[in-house]
Design a binder for this molecule. Sequence first.
Ligand SMILES: N[C@@H](CCC(=O)N[C@@H](CS)C(=O)NCC(=O)O)C(=O)O
Length: 216
Amino acid sequence: MSLPVLHIADRNYSSWSLRPWLALRHGGIAFAETMHPLPEAVSGEGPAFRSISPTGRVPALEIGGVVIADSLSICEWAAEQRPALWPEASLDRALARSAAAIMHSGFSAFRSAAPVNIRRRTDASRLTPAARADAAEMDGLWRSWLQRSGGPYLFGNWSIADAMYAPAATRFVTYAIDCSEDASAYIMRLTEEPHMQEWISLALKEGRSLERYETA
Ligand SMILES: N[C@@H](CCC(=O)N[C@@H](CS)C(=O)NCC(=O)O)C(=O)O
């Protein structure tokens, strides 16, 4: 059977693409990837990638003619191939899944005020009070999970929970967002590990600049 194909968008901007890409890489799962440039502007006609995924959005993983849509489902598929992508102990696994779900469905003020832009360095002036509150809440959650597990990642070994928060870590760097010492050390661990470094270096090589993600 041919390799699964992960459809992603621009690495510099696409937070959702990064998550399953990291899970597949950390799982040592062979896959091909296709990058689809994000539209220049939001068209009002709905999401751009209808020919790739039923949601019109990426990431999507194509396996043997079947398309798995949505970052978290792709991560779950990866964990079925490589169970170590979730913690081993049942309660830890449940907590890690909860952490992933909290990110997947939450922090919307933070996500919309501070879009992922790996290349950019600016200040936190564009953050609304709600976005700042989201960032502080995330910092508190990271600290509680790290304290409980003893680190180095949220639930001990690197897991899908860390994949889900990796784009958020880049936002703290891009927008120079204040955070606790523990959060800052976690952000460094997350962004300096080799797979994340590979993604970052590929993102930095992309030449496209999308106005809507570049203006503060
Ligand atoms: N809930 C989805 C979100 C996916 C998503 O919003 N993807 C963006 C790229 S980061 C997209 O495809 N945007 C295209 C569009 O909105 O036209 C997931 O977890 O995969």
